[in-house]
Design a protein around this ligand. Structure first.
Ligand SMILES: Nc1nc2c(c(=O)[nH]1)N[C@H]1C(S)=C(S)[C@@H](COP(=O)(O)O)O[C@H]1N2
Ligand SMILES: [Mo]
Length: 517
């Protein structure tokens, strides 16, 4: 029985591995596991996305893939057992398995009619392997055809006969594992050919008309554990719906501006790099960021103002109230035309002095100060459409999230960390606060059940970036709790009321417990 189960597991594994290999043959094909994962991401309601981010952080995608592999493994084990009674049921099972893959692949954005090929070829390989392995298990049902190939069957009577006979199960299994591993590794390697990394490396960014102002003196506090004022690209949070990073070469990319405009336009990457560039430090925030969470970061973005592209070049027609960003991966965003109020919203091509990293949207994305990423920050952008809120619901609005995304005022404690240790005596607490486009006026801190006291604000960079703060106190031994809250420059203090990220961003005060000794 364990051999039958193992045979099923190996057949399922080989089917997936061959699927990877076939997917490596064309940039228009997607490996079955990835397609199925993409459909899961599409289908889950916003609350589950929230849960996934909360539980697995930015490992949510790895967790999903592990989940899919686990389901496939259990399915394979069960199938092996069933197939050892009636082998053709095993074949039907693998066929059903493949049907899911074919369907999932067909749903990929821009899927060709032959999108199901990796699943179909994978399934045929899986069925063949299942048949061969079953033939090496005494008493297991298997197609008589494999016997004619000299595998199993009568040969089982004689251990020395035929390459796969009798105790040959282990040999055959070993061979399947080896072939499967080669197919999977080879497939991943072939898929790597479609990477846009080379295209990105070849890019030389133009200089902005005026270089970004340096971070003002006193805006970045010297305190261990506080977030660096400018977040390095490698440490910048990544949130999107993709299991694999969309690969879009600059040479193949273009940006269309369509819809309610005076003139529809299309620009190549060269065209964009030839335009006047601005460079601005802007703090981005994800709507899924929990109170105290890390889905926020500040970068120096280089790009062309949306004002230039949409107002000077295309011309926004009267009546248009929504700017929709459409991405290569099928994702969409939408934000009010009114947001173009002079703030440096841009089509960004550079991040912290480099071409946009692939995970952050190479070749180009939108950045709008003051709006959560899910309504504005379209990565791998291919089209900007002018339309109305009445006419179009963007990706997350279809999933019941808010259709407006102003960033809520928030203060976060960076140091000490939760249950962190602090030495008794003079000590410093520190963190960041943000209220993009409004600015931070005040951060207050409360120790245990004490009074609210004002923290020391670092110098302000701009209203578009976060502001660091510190608080000095005399740490007495024992366990303590610190809570913080920010007041924005309109005079509004962030609410204590706890809200989950769904549907328009988390609220509440961040608290951290720490130990003094
Ligand atoms: N094409 C595409 N763009 C996208 C998304 C996406 O899923 N697909 N996610 C958005 C969300 S929810 C956020 S918070 C930001 C995150 O940008 P980052 O990964 O560069 O930090 O990208 C936005 N742009
Ligand atoms: Mo987000």
């Amino acid at each position: 029985m364990w051999r039958s189960a193992l045979a099923g597991l190996l057949a399922a594994g080989l089917a997936l591995a061959v699927g990877e290999l076939v997917a490596g043959l064309s940039s228009r094909l997607t490996a079955p596991v990835i397609s199925v994962g993409n459909r899961v991401v599409d289908a889950v309601p916003g609350s589950v996305k929230d849960f996934a981010i909360e539980t697995f952080g930015t490992n949510d995608k790895k967790a999903l893939l592990i989940g899919i592999y686990s389901v496939a493994a259990v399915f394979g084990l069960a199938l092996g057992v069933i197939a050892s009674r009636r082998w053709w049921l095993g074949a039907v099972g693998i066929g059903l398995f493949a049907a899911v893959g074919v369907w999932a692949a067909g749903q990929e954005v821009g899927a060709p009619v032959w999108a199901g090929l990796p699943s179909i070829v994978g399934a045929l390989a899986g069925i063949a392997v299942l048949a061969v392995l079953l033939a090496t298990i005494p008493g297991a049902s298997h197609p008589t055809a494999v016997e004619r190939l000299g595998v199993g069957g009568d040969a089982v009577e004689d251990p020395s006969d035929g390459p796969f006979a009798r105790r040959g199960f282990l040999k055959a299994s070993g061979a399947v594992v080896a072939v499967g591993a080669m197919a999977a590794i080879g497939g991943r390697w072939l898929q790597g050919r479609f990477s846009a990394a080379a295209s990105r490396l070849a890019v030389t960014l133009p200089k902005p008309k005026e270089p970004v102002t340096p971070v003002p003196e006193g805006a970045a506090v010297d305190l261990e554990g506080i977030s660096p004022f400018v977040t390095p690209n490698a440490g910048f949070y990544r949130i999107d719906t993709n299991l694999t990073v969309p690969q879009l070469a600059a040479e193949d990319w273009s940006l269309k501006i369509t819809g309610m405009v005076d003139e529809e336009l299309e620009f190549s990457y060269e065209d964009i790099l030839g335009m006047d560039m601005i460079e601005e430090r802007i703090t981005m925030t994800c709507v899924s960021n929990e109170v105290g969470g890390g889905l926020v970061g500040t970068a120096e973005w280089l790009g062309v103002p949306l004002d230039h592209l949409l107002k000077d070049r295309a011309g926004i027609r009267k009546g248009a109230d929504q700017i929709v960003g459409r991405a290569f991966d099928g994702f969409t965003t939408g934000f009010p035309v009114d947001t173009l109020d002079g703030r440096p919203a841009m089509l960004a091509v550079g991040m912290n002095g480099e071409p946009l990293p692939l995970v952050h949207g190479f070749p180009a994305r939108i950045i709008v100060p003051g709006l959560y990423g899910f309504v504005s920050a379209t990565k791998w952008l291919t089209e900007i459409e002018l339309t109305t809120f009445a006419d179009f619901d963007q990706y997350w609005v279809k999933r019941k999230w808010s259709d407006r995304g102003p960033i809520k005022t928030m203060a976060r404690i960076d140091t000490p960390k939760g249950l962190g240790k602090v030495k008794a005596g003079p000590a410093r607490i520190g963190g960041v606060a943000w209220a993009q486009t409004r600015g931070i006026e005040k951060v207050e801190v409360k120790l245990d059940d004490g009074e609210w006291t004002e923290a020391k604000l670092a110098a302000e960079d701009s209203t578009l970036t976060w502001r660091q703060w510190t608080y000095e106190f005399d740490a007495a031994p024992g366990r303590h709790q610190v809570t913080c809250r920010a007041t924005d420059a309109t005079g509004e203090t962030q609410t204590e009321e706890r809200a989950k990220p769904f549907p328009n961003g988390a609220s509440g005060w961040h608290s951290v417990a720490f130990l003094v000794d």
